[in-house]
Design a protein around this ligand. Structure first.
Ligand code: AMP
Ligand code: ZN
Ligand code: FE
Ligand code: FE
Length: 298
């Protein structure tokens, strides 16, 4: 029994509904699933309902955009209070920055004779925070590239001609923001970050209470996982895993990388206000936590 602690829905740059992610998690035999959309909690209510129906645990999460010296670092925050004022404000700010960034991306593309209609990109994104996968999909539709991956490789990835940074907070502030909202903080896909001193960064964050590291991620091979796994052991962090499922926007299959139920329990025990003490305010979605399946024994 395991949990997929990193999945996206159409509330950010995935292509499936929260209920579909839950159904896929159930089909994969998982004990729990998290929804971790970029800079929004919009998918939680539907996913919590679906988890109740399927009898699997729900872990409410968010993938917060942060940075260190201009290099993007993604933080996964679990069990954060949806109504936390500071986190809500930061997410709203980030969504606004994404709108401005879109204009700059489109201007760069236009400079390279790759015209793209803004209204089509925003139509694809719907009410979700605008992400590069939405731009990539519009580029495929317009016939500029064959697929989303090519759009990134040629234009949108860090260092490519149409890459534009989103002004995000320093990752250390992000960890504090998640903790202050009652959540636990995990550094996502460490090997994907372009931050040059990632090991030192994780050490620094561990010293200020970072809870876990996403060792198991489709982009990280066995050797890479061994290296991050030993760092996790050395720093007494929780080793987590997730597929980073994005529906049709990425090749990953939900449940492809997972977190052990024991690790999930360890992560939950690190919530700033321990539920067991009765001190935590009950949360409409977070309160149900990773409840075990009927047939589980963790
Ligand atoms: P954004 O939030 O706009 O910076 O976009 C980040 C998302 O783009 C990630 O969650 C991935 O889904 C996707 N992404 C980032 N880099 C690549 C890449 N090289 N190829 C395909 N998708 C990517
Ligand atoms: Zn994404
Ligand atoms: Fe990410
Ligand atoms: Fe992600």
């Amino acid at each position: 029994m395991a949990a997929d602690l990193h999945t996206h829905t159409w509330h950010s740059d995935g292509t499936t509904s929260p209920a579909q992610n839950v159904a896929l998690a159930d089909e994969a035999g998982l004990g729990a699933v998290a929804i971790t959309d970029h800079d929004t909690t919009a998918g939680w209510a539907e996913a919590a309902d679906a988890c109740r129906q399927h009898g699997i645990g729900f872990v409410p999460g968010i993938e917060l955009s942060t940075q260190r010296r201009g290099a993007s670092v993604h933080l996964l925050g679990y069990w954060v209070a949806e109504e936390d004022a500071a986190l809500t404000k930061e997410c709203a700010r980030l969504r606004g920055e994404r709108e401005g960034r879109l204009d700059r991306i489109l201007a760069r593309l236009a400079d390279h004779d790759v015209p793209l209609r803004r209204d089509r990109v925003t139509q694809i994104a719907g009410s979700a925070p605008i992400g590069r996968p939405h731009v990539a999909r519009a580029m495929v539709e317009a016939g500029h590239v064959h697929d989303v991956d090519t759009a990134f490789d040629r234009w949108l990835a860090d260092g490519r001609p149409a890459h534009v940074h989103t002004p995000a907070r320093d990752v250390r502030d992000g960890v504090e923001l998640i903790h202050a909202a009652g959540g636990v903080a995990v550094v996502a896909h460490p090997a994907l970050s372009r931050s040059e001193h990632m090991v030192e960064l994780v050490e620094e964050l561990a010293a200020v209470g970072l809870d876990g590291l996403e060792v198991d991620h489709p982009s990280q091979d066995a050797e890479v996982r061994r290296a991050w796994g030993s760092l996790v052991a050395r720093l007494s962090l929780v080793r987590t895993g997730g597929s980073d499922y994005h529906g049709g926007h990425k090749a990953a299959i939900l449940g492809q990388s997972t977190t052990g139920m024991r690790e999930l329990r360890a992560l939950e025990e690190r919530r700033p206000l321990a539920i067991a003490s009765g001190a935590a305010p009950d949360h409409p979605h977070g309160g149900c936590g990773p409840s075990p399946r009927k047939d589980s024994s963790w």
